[in-house]
Design a protein around this ligand. Sequence first.
Ligand code: AMP
Length: 218
Amino acid sequence: MKNIMFIAPPAAGKGTQAELVVQKYHIPHISTGDILRDISKEESEIGHYVFETLSSGRLVKDEITYQLIEERLKKEDCQHGFIIDGFPRTLTQAIEFDGILNKLGYTIDNVIYININEKTLEKRITGRRICENCKAIYNINEPSSTPQVESTCDICGGKLYQRNDDNLSSFQTRYKMYQEKTEPILEHYRNQNVLYEVNGDDTVENVFKAIDEIISQN
Ligand code: AMP
């Protein structure tokens, strides 16, 4: 069983790397961002709240994230491992998450920290495009990640879209939030001896190679 967590700043390649792990290890990828983006399309009070919060780059209320993460981890497909990305994002969430894991009888084996330069992130953020159907990730600023047909997913033919928080102004809010609130949780996992660091300023293939080496050894 492999229970894996990714910690990285916005647009560091968490989603892309998580999908590569899914393909190799056949475990579900749980992204709070993806779940919240689905909720943000709902015509309801919570849907509107999540839409506004995501667009601004701020964090969604803790209670909402705790509930959705617990519900998701309870599902049958998580019994044989999972990869979690985007949660926890604050030390408060990390401490609460220890309790949720404990309650469900899970432990996290590998916390993978993708360390990456801020300038690389700025370059990536405006080029990111996502398939609205299968959620595959492309980057039109990087030749190796550009779709073969413009605005069309290579895998399923779905339409590609740009996240409405993938602009420089929202990125700056998200990055500042990451530095202030998320970076402190690295220490939390370092103290639990489950933290591993990889260099995110490399090609998708090399970053995955480094991640795979960590996962396969633990
Ligand atoms: P991501 O796809 O991980 O970049 O997340 C997109 C957005 O979803 C974030 O900017 C937050 O607004 C929200 N979000 C995702 N995960 C969390 C979380 N653990 N706590 C609060 N808000 C979150």
